[in-house]
Design a protein around this ligand. Structure first.
Ligand SMILES: Cc1ncc(C[n+]2csc(CCOP(=O)(O)OP(=O)(O)O)c2C)c(N)n1
Ligand code: SF4
Length: 240
C-alpha cells in the first residue's frame, strides 16, 4: 500500500489537526477506500461542524460543509441529484447524536442510499472537550469535572433498531486494517444501491482528554473498546 492515498491533496501545508489526533487515521483510510474504488472524481465528502471540518482541504475531492448534523440531509440531497456519486457524511458524535440526531434517525428510517461515518471520541472536541452523548460514566470532561453520570448513547445499536437491513458497524482507529475494511464494505454497500450504510469509528482526542500519546492509543482506547463493541451491529430490539 502506498504511504498516502492518491486522493489526498499533495500540499506543503501542515495538518490542521492536533498531533496524535485520531481523525487523521480515519481520513487516511477513507482516502485508501476511495482510491481502491477509483471514485476520486465521483466522491462527495460532507463535513459537519466540529473537528471534522478541518478535513476540508485534506483531499483532492469535492467536499461541502454544513452546521451540526445537517451534513446528513445535505448529503442526501446531493445523492438524489447525483445517484452515481459516492456520497459520504462525516460527523462527530456531538453533531450526529445530540444537536443533529434527528437527521441520523430520519435518514436511517428512509434507508437513504448514503454512507454516514461518525467519529466517536467521547467528547465535543472542537469547542473544548465538553460532555457528549458518548461520554463514558466517570469520565472527566470540561463540563463534568467530578466525572460523568452513568448515561451514554450507543448510536449504531440504537439505529439498528430502526433499520434492520442497513449496513451498520463499529470500528476503531487502533485497528487500521479493520477500519479500512469496514469503510470499504460501507462504500460497496452504497455503490450496490443497497441503502443506508453507517460506520461509527472509535477515535481519540489527546488534546481534550489531556493524555500522553502512548497511553491515549492503548490504555484509554481499551476502555472505550470495552464499552463500545467492534464489528457489525446485530442487537435484539424490544418494543412495548
Ligand atoms: C447548531 C450549532 N450548535 C453549536 C455549535 C458549536 N459547536 C461547534 S463544534 C461543536 C462540538 C463538536 O463536537 P463533535 O460533533 O463531537 O465533533 P468533534 O469536534 O469532537 O470532532 C459545537 C458544540 C455549532 N457550531 N452549531
Ligand atoms: S481537538 Fe481533539 S479531535 Fe480536534 S483536532 Fe485536536 S486532537 Fe483532534
Amino acid at each position: 500500500m502506498p504511504p498516502f492515498p492518491k486522493c489526498v491533496k499533495q500540499s506543503s501545508k501542515p495538518s490542521t489537526f492536533c498531533p496524535g489526533c485520531g481523525h487523521q487515521i480515519v481520513l487516511k483510510n477513507i482516502g485508501f477506500a476511495i482510491d481502491n474504488l477509483k471514485m476520486q472524481n465521483k466522491a462527495m465528502l460532507g463535513l459537519d461542524i466540529g473537528c471534522s471540518l478541518l478535513a476540508w482541504d485534506f483531499f483532492d475531492i469535492d467536499s461541502l460543509q454544513t452546521h451540526h448534523g445537517r451534513t446528513i440531509p445535505t448529503i442526501v440531497g446531493y445523492k438524489l441529484a447525483k445517484p452515481k456519486s459516492l456520497s459520504i457524511a462525516y460527523l462527530g458524535d456531538g453533531g450526529a447524536y445530540a444537536i443533529g440526531a434527528q437527521h441520523l434517525v430520519n435518514s436511517a428510517v428512509r434507508d437513504d442510499n448514503i454512507t454516514v461515518i461518525v467519529i466517536n471520541n467521547t467528547t465535543y472536541a472542537m469547542t473544548g472537550g465538553q460532555e457528549a452523548p458518548t461520554t463514558l460514566p466517570g469520565q472527566i470532561t470540561a463540563t463534568t469535572p467530578h466525572g460523568a453520570d452513568e448515561y451514554f448513547f450507543k448510536g449504531p445499536e440504537s439505529v439498528r433498531c430502526i433499520n434492520k437491513d442497513a449496513f451498520i458497524a463499529r470500528t476503531t482507529t487502533t485497528n487500521p486494517i479493520h477500519l479500512l475494511n469496514t469503510i470499504k464494505k460501507a462504500f460497496d454497500w452504497q455503490l450496490a444501491n443497497k441503502g443506508f450504510s453507517y460506520v461509527e469509528v472509535l477515535s481519540f482526542c489527546p488534546t481534550n482528554w489531556k493524555t500522553p500519546t502512548a497511553e491515549t492509543t492503548w490504555a484509554y482506547m481499551q476502555t472505550l473498546e470495552k464499552e463500545y463493541k467492534i464489528g457489525e451491529i446485530n442487537v435484539t430490539c424490544t418494543s412495548n
